[in-house]
Each structure stands twice: as structure tokens, then as C-alpha cells.
Design a protein around this ligand. Sequence first.
Ligand SMILES: O=C(O)C1=C[C@@H](OP(=O)(O)O)[C@@H](O)[C@H](O)C1
Ligand SMILES: C=C(OP(=O)(O)O)C(=O)O
Length: 416
Amino acid sequence: MDKILLRKSTNPFDVKIALASSKSESNRALIINALANFKAGVESQNLQNLSTARDTQTMIRLLKSSEQTADVIDAGTTMRFLTAFFSATNQNKIMTGTPRMCERPIGILVDALRTIGAEIDYLKNEGYPPLHIKGFSEQKSNEVTIRGDVSSQYISALLMIAPTLPNGLTICLTGDLGSIPYIKMTLEQMKAFGVNYEADWVEKVIKINPNNYQSTTYKVESDWSGASYWYSIVALAQSDATQVELLGLKENSLQGDSDIVNIMSHLGVKSTFTEDGVLLTKIIPQKTLNWDFTNCPDLAQTVAVTCVAKNIEAVFTGIESLKIKETDRVVALQNELQKFGGNLVEVVKNTEYVVRSQPIQEIPSLTIKTYDDHRMAMAFAPLAMLMDVTIEEPNVVVKSYPSFWEDLKKIVNIEL
Ligand SMILES: O=C(O)C1=C[C@@H](OP(=O)(O)O)[C@@H](O)[C@H](O)C1
Ligand SMILES: C=C(OP(=O)(O)O)C(=O)O
């Protein structure tokens, strides 16, 4: 399927959506559980509501596989978490992925793992996959210093293996930390499996003593990043009677992307928590938005599209990391927002961007490119509330939310 057409949908709707579950929580639960059961063989029956996302299915497949080559496809967490896992469990593995994955940096994590005692070689470019993990003989250091301003995934990867190291690990973070909620999610999931931590967020030091993870029953929450597209749909829906209930979300979530509740309260969506999840209804939006995405980078695309479509002038900060994700998301957004009168303009180098928009003119239809990025497809889909939209390579959504188009069919006519 190389493209799909979403027909403009203006009728009011009232639907319940059983959201996909979080790939971030799933991939952590799988790694921690594998470390808990490593000697007995990797089992995961005790993990409930694991994500059907390809990133998680790839993690499950690679944890079970005895082949030397581990191809993570385009899954960042799978690449980073397994690199640490295979090192700590002294396995001889080649880690690789898509051409884009081989452009996403991993040197910061590899340097830290080498400091601890892992033997890892680069097979092509220094600092990037593919990698050859040769094994781990003895712990050389019980302290690492690591930059926290490139990707939090390196830190999560180290944290999860830390208690299994003979001397534990103290991680000293440098630079301005990004994606902190993902680090806290890792620590809380470790705690759920019986491992405690000491974190000093002012000094930026996290200490983990040697310990054994305890196998336990763990239920993964629905995915707040996936929820963001439904918030955008409600924000753009034309009828005030519209409502959507998103199932399986909790008010006190481990996921930083639950900040979509606050962001969308400015963009015209009210959230009411129910027994089963959260109910979204329409309210009057503000005219401007100022948001720092340092702690929720995966929401930036959703919010940018929503602001342009609602003609809300916005200032975005904290989006530097978007350049090293599935695609350069800043460039991808700039290209596609321009197709309906918007733009993302860099006003202070690498730090501040303005989302520009002009009232949407009569655009009869729009064709959006997706750049091998699930979030490009899903962030632009809500425009179907306003116009016909063609989405190219729609299958990209399998990375995090495989049933996205099926769910969207409840409110939009989709033609192949
Ligand atoms: O740890 C995680 O599960 C993730 C961390 C974030 O990456 P960065 O830490 O690279 O910002 C986020 O963008 C990604 O989708 C998932
Ligand atoms: C950036 C993402 O994932 P990852 O880094 O795990 O590939 C994402 O899902 O938006």
C-alpha cells in the first residue's frame, strides 16, 4: 500500500478507542524481565498488555533469537537497550538496522559500556551502528560520566543493566538533560521489579547498587504518544458535540507524553479522567502557545500540525533531538506544513522555532509524505477533519501504533 486517502469528515462523533499500549514501557519491561530471568531463559508471560508495535515485537524476537545478527529495523530503544543488554550478559552479537538507524548516533552509549568493561567494535562508521559486541569479561569501572543532552535512551539502557553488574553503577550526567520523564520511567519500572535507586537530580547523579531483579506481574499502560493524535482530531473536529474516550490511560502516568493533557487544554481539548481512561471534549482554544518539548519530544509533530490547522501562533523550544529521530523531523515538518500554509521557522539557532500559519484557505486536498516516520503519518492524519488528505506510505504506523488506521476508520472514510 503506497498511499491512502482520508476523506474529509465533518460529522460529530462519539467513539471509544482501545489505544495501542506503550512501546516505551513494553521495551523496558521486556529488558528488565529478561535480566530477571536470564539464567532460567527469557520468559515474558508475566508481562501484560505488551505492545503490538513493531518496535516491541522486534525486541521480543531478538531477545529470543540465538542468531548472531540482531537487526532492530528502525527501533531506537531496541537498538540502545539491546546493545547494553547483550554487553552485560556477555553475548557475541552484531547489532544493525535500517540505513537511517545506521545514521542515528550510539557512540555515547558505546563509550560508557566500554568504560564499564564491554568489548565493542564499530563495523562501519565510528559512533554509529552496525556494531559488533564481543562480550564482557570483568567490570572495569563502577562509575560512568555520560552526556544527557543527546538521547535519554543511552541512560535508560545503562540504568537497566546497572544492578546486574558485580559492583553496581553510578551514572554522572552532564549537559542539559533531555527526555527526563523517560529516565524516570526506567527507574520506576526497575523499582517495580525490586531494584531501588538513589537519584540526585540537582547534582545529576544516579546510583544503583548490585541487586537481583525479581520477576513480577507487570501491566503496561496505553500509549500517551498515540493518544496525542486523538487529541489533535478532537481539537480539529468541526462539531462541538464531538467526543472521544481513550481507554487504558491513567492520570498518574509514567509517560511524559501525558503532558498532552496540558498542551491540548490550550489548543481546545478538555480531558476528564474516567474509570476506563480519559474522555476528550472540545473547549475554546487560546490564540497562542509557548511550549518547551525537551521532556516530550514525540509530541512536537502533533502539536505543530494542530497549531497550523487552528491558526494558533506558537513558539517551540526543546526540539533539537527531533533531528536524530526516525527522520530529521524538523525538516520533514517544514516541508509538509508548507503544503497548507504553515511553517516551522528557526528564530534562534537550534533552540527556538516559531510555528507560522495563515488561515487555511480552501485547499481541496493535500498529499503528505511520511519520510519513514510513523509520527509524520499520524500527526497529519487529523487534518482529515478539515480536508481530504492523502498519506503516502501509511504502513509506517506499525512502528508504534499498528491499528491506527483501523481505529481512524471509526470516524473517517479511508480509501485505498
Ligand atoms: O526511552 C524511550 O522509550 C524513548 C525516549 C525518547 O527518545 P530520546 O531520549 O532520544 O529523546 C523518545 O523520543 C522515544 O520515542 C522513546
Ligand atoms: C523516536 C522514536 O522512537 P525511537 O527513538 O525508539 O526509534 C519515536 O517513537 O518517536
